[in-house]
Design a protein around this ligand. Structure first.
Ligand code: SF4
Length: 363
């Protein structure tokens, strides 16, 4: 195992940039899938250092950003139940639903609490037997094992007052949807390293074959990102389209089988609606029938109100790499991290927040 400092060395980044310039003969458009990668690209100035032939478009890998407004509305309705202690990671609190956020609901008296792990919510349920504790289970493959563990543990403990509001999404179906769109410009992917740590690198081979697109599993430090970009461009220049692993210190071919087994015990694959994008078949997780008793939707039956996103927010285009955040007419005007119109301006992984915080005129 190598330590993280080695992946932040300016000399190593410069060497990879030189290698990239040597291999380039034309323009290429790549997508970094994960919002964490977008933030590193902007925060470190890497995006501005890339040769002009390389365009990076930003992908949908921000779980908070892709959680639809109607689910936030349902969370708010559940949180409004006086019996409920509603728990969530902090990022979700400021994400706008159709009219308000969980933070607004908290300000109006709902018992909404930030937790740092779903297991904290399980503990809360144990110590509050007269309340219902609900956890907002948002995330990609990376957070699914911990959420599965929370439900599994709650069942083992016989907790009747714990449930989760599931908003789990999966990365490969979103990448397929992006590639299948008629206006897709993506020629190569930097796949999300953390997701692959759980689900495995092999998960992407079929996509690379089917769409003739290079996919390089990439980490989150500057050297990781540059290595991913160089590997992807070298494939494109040679007409290759295979899966490569530039994050081998963490991601393995078949991922983490223990985590996968736990997820498969508790969840099954289902259709999911993505904010601003719409429904994508088999792109999410839902609780298996054996664990249906822990489903907050079934327990509280909140109303479903479709639509309700701010009309001027182009998050759907941003999340598919079809627009850049700073081309949104509301960027840094009516939409700021203090007053977000859309989820990508709220989340610590959101592309709009990255542009606002680190570089409004990134290319
Ligand atoms: S800048 Fe704000 S309004 Fe524009 S796409 Fe991003 S989140 Fe939506």
């Amino acid at each position: 195992m190598k330590y993280v400092d080695e992946y932040r060395e300016a000399g190593a980044v410069r060497g990879l940039l030189a290698q990239l310039r040597q291999s380039l003969t034309r323009r290429w458009t790549l997508m970094e899938v994960c919002g964490g990668q977008t933030h590193t690209l902007l925060k470190t100035g890497l995006l501005q250092m890339l040769p002009p032939e390389i365009e990076l478009v930003h992908g949908p890998g921000c779980p908070v950003c892709v959680t639809p407004a109607e689910l936030v509305d349902q969370a708010i309705e559940i949180a409004g139940n006086p019996q409920v202690i509603f728990t969530s990671f902090g990022d979700m609190l400021r994400v706008p639903g159709s009219q308000k956020s969980l933070f607004d609901a908290k300000a109006k008296g709902a018992d909404v609490r930030i937790v740092y792990s779903p297991l904290d919510a399980v503990k809360l349920a144990q110590s509050n037997p007269n309340h219902e504790v609900v956890f907002f289970a948002v995330g990609f493959e990376t957070t699914a094992p911990a959420n599965a563990m929370a439900v599994y543990q709650a069942r083992e403990l016989g907790l009747g007052n714990f449930s989760i509001l599931v908003a789990h999404v999966l990365a490969p179906p979103a990448m397929r949807a992006i590639l299948a769109a008629p206006n897709c410009r993506v020629q190569g992917f930097l796949a999300p390293g953390h997701v692959c740590t759980i689900s495995g690198v092999a998960d992407y081979e079929e996509i690379a074959r089917e769409y003739r697109v290079p996919i390089v599993v990439t980490g989150f430090e500057p050297v990781d990102l540059m290595s991913g970009i160089v590997a992807c461009v070298e494939q494109l220049e040679r007409g290759r389209a295979v899966v490569e692993n530039a994050y081998a210190r963490t991601a393995r071919t078949h991922g983490n089988p223990y985590a996968q087994a736990l997820v498969e015990t508790v969840f099954e694959v289902s259709a999911r609606t993505w904010r601003g994008i719409g429904e994508i078949a088999a792109s999410g997780l839902k609780l298996r029938p054996e664990y249906a008793a822990f489903d907050a939707i079934a327990r509280f039956q909140p109303a479903i109100r479709f639509g309700g996103e701010a009309a001027e927010c182009i998050a759907g285009l941003v999340l598919q790499g079809l627009e850049k955040p700073d081309r949104c007419p509301e960027f840094a005007k009516r939409c700021t991290p203090e007053h977000p119109l859309g989820a990508p301006m709220v989340s610590s992984e959101g592309a709009c927040a990255a542009y606002f915080l680190y570089g409004r005129h990134a290319h």
